[in-house]
Design a protein around this ligand. Sequence first.
Ligand SMILES: C[S@@+](CC[C@H](N)C(=O)[O-])C[C@H]1O[C@@H](n2cnc3c(N)ncnc32)[C@H](O)[C@@H]1O
Length: 342
Amino acid sequence: MRYIGSKKLLLGEIERVIDENIESAESFCDIFSGTASVANYFKSRFRILSNDLMYFSFCIQKGVIENNIRPNFNKLGFDPVEYFNNLKENEIESLPNKKRFCLNNYSPAGGRMYLSGENALKIDFIRTKINDWLKKEKINESEFYYLIAVLIEAIPFVSNISGTYGAYNKFWDKRALKDLTLKEIEILDNKKNNTAFNTDANTLIKNIEGDILYIDPPYNKRQYSSNYHLLETVAKYDFPILKGVTGIRENEIKSDYCKKKVVLNAFEDLVKNAKFKHIIVSYSTEGLMGINEIENVLCKYGTNYKMYEIDYRRFKSRGKCRGKCNCEGNLKELIFYARKEV
Ligand SMILES: C[S@@+](CC[C@H](N)C(=O)[O-])C[C@H]1O[C@@H](n2cnc3c(N)ncnc32)[C@H](O)[C@@H]1O
């Protein structure tokens, strides 16, 4: 999935930092996990702890990181992904109006253009079925999260947006007019007891310990809760009150890492309380915290401090920028390393 701050293209660089600085480690904690791409990449090497404030991210983590096999849906007696991909129109149409949250809020029927009416209703149908199956104990928790993860991963491919759910396009992108199709997610078996969390990183840090702590907080003021509200609502399916033209959720938790005044305190608190031997931080030269501020915190609580710079244009060369942006080579992705006595 396209995600602000995704480290999908930086995995090799993070691995290089690990290989250069860490001789042996058993566990890896991805405490700002987002799409879980980093946690998933390192799952083959370490026992994984992962976490994010967003519930939709937690569902992906539960589905892909905690699970070590693709659930078999024995009790259900058929393959749900295949079933959802072959739904008959009259079956979907049988969904009562009070269960049509996405149709009535994110499609033209609700005055917004995030999703076509057909796809919005299909999402409502799928989401309602998954809840029913769980309630009737036809699927277990692992199966539930796997299906939510599969659904969440499929939605961006048919969303009428340019990047995030901060706004929808005024005209239909042809992608959004395609039929929603669910795809299986590959699950790696690392034969370890991996754990996913859905809480504030600063609270969680007081209750966990391990070898490597990977810190990839938001860089700027863009709150993930506003930019991915639709995925959050599909994951929670809690029929929230929506606000304004964009339809963001009311009363969402705001991250301190997106607030200039408090971000440094939050970061220092996190590093101070970390009971991990190695700390790796991803950040950007465009971020709310300055390089010196990050360095000061890591040197105050750790040793063996190092900073690696990756040219943004190189990092994005397979992605969006392709040398066309105005960063003139000044914009850099940063990876920091420090060792901590615990
Ligand atoms: C830069 S993104 C992480 C991207 C991720 N590494 C990836 O490759 O997809 C930052 C993430 O931090 C999460 N976040 C923000 N504040 C948080 C907090 N206080 N505790 C936990 N997660 C938080 C956001 O929801 C977002 O998913």
